[in-house]
Ligand binder design. Structure first.
Ligand code: URA
Length: 309
């Protein structure tokens, strides 16, 4: 007879399932491993664009494998928050830090907008545009050279009155061809991460720092991010989300005007923009696909976001 795992094991498996890790599969059929969880230094991240974790992380033996099957209704998880198991949790700060509000960021908000690149923009500045005009302006945008190589602009998707806004980096190949953010593999993981805290994609608003794909998925250049930022500012101002979740280094560093690595920006609240919207930073789902051992930390970030909403 198969021995039942303890409750904590159930919770851990539920979380890993939400994160697309395939250990959920043998849950019903395999005996629970007698191997204990081991704590060892995190392996060096495969990614060169992300900070290497130095904190010890708990990982199972053998390491979990990313589940590459498409997301299906059966695999969606309960909207309830599943507490992270003790073995995978990291200490959460028990303080709410005073906002780290940079005067430089406020200056930049005041000087919103790039020089008009279309006639419509000349008579109707971005910061006063409604959704329709903003969308049309983005579709015709030539404020930087990315228009030359894009297939479609990727404006944003979801509920325009959402409480939670997700801000990523830039469209990849899939997004460029479909015109929708986060629809590739990383996007599927993001969808599962949101489901784990009880949100569908339709209930949040998802956008990127850049509306056009940088060729070959290279990092956005600073001038491209600046040329595009008025659109994002306007989206934020129209939505007025209660919380912003910034995913990945490019997004976090652009929004917070810093070069601090993501690993050091996580775990605290920032205020964003003149409306001082609470903003939380987490790892990019593409990074989590390469470094699944960091998913426990992303879970901490998501539960904090859920708690705040
Ligand atoms: N990565 C992002 O940051 N945004 C997307 O839309 C897709 C992948």
């Amino acid at each position: 007879m198969v021995e039942r795992p303890p409750l904590d094991e159930d919770r851990r498996l539920a979380y890993l399932e939400a994160m697309g890790v395939s250990v959920w599969e043998p849950r019903a059929s395999l005996p629970v491993s007698a191997e204990p969880l081991v704590v060892e230094p995190a392996s060096v991240a495969a990614a060169t664009d992300m900070p290497t974790a130095t904190a010890p992380v708990a990982r199972e033996v053998p390491p979990a494998v990313v589940d590459e099957r498409p997301v299906t209704a059966e695999r969606s998880v309960s909207p309830e928050i599943v507490s992270p198991p003790e073995s995978m949790s990291f200490p959460l700060p028990d303080w709410e830090e005073e906002a780290d509000y940079s005067p430089a960021l406020l200056d930049e908000w005041e000087a919103m907008g790039h020089p008009p690149t279309t006639e419509a923009e000349a008579v109707n500045p971005i910061e006063r545009m409604d959704w329709n005009t903003l969308g049309a302006t983005v579709r015709g945008c030539r404020a930087c050279r990315l228009w030359e190589t894009r297939t479609k602009t990727v404006f944003g998707t979801g509920d325009r009155r959402a409480d939670l806004m997700i801000i990523g980096e830039a469209p990849g190949a899939e997004e460029d061809s479909q015109g929708e953010p986060f629809v590739g593999r990383a996007g599927q993981l993001l969808t599962r991460m949101l489901a784990a805290i009880g949100f569908s994609r339709e209930q949040v608003y998802i956008a990127n720092v850049l509306k056009c794909r940088p060729p070959g998925n290279r990092d956005p250049k600073p001038d491209e991010a600046l040329a595009c930022q008025a659109y994002l500012h306007r989206q934020v101002a129209l939505i007025e989300p209660r919380v912003i979740l910034s995913v990945g280094r490019i997004s976090a560093q652009h929004l917070l005007k810093t070069e601090t690595p993501v690993g050091q920006l996580r775990g605290r609240w920032f205020d964003y923009g003149p409306a001082r919207i609470p903003l939380r930073v987490t790892y990019h789902p593409a990074y989590l696909l390469r470094s699944p051992e960091q998913k426990a930390k992303a879970w901490e970030d998501l539960t904090e976001v859920k708690r705040r909403l």
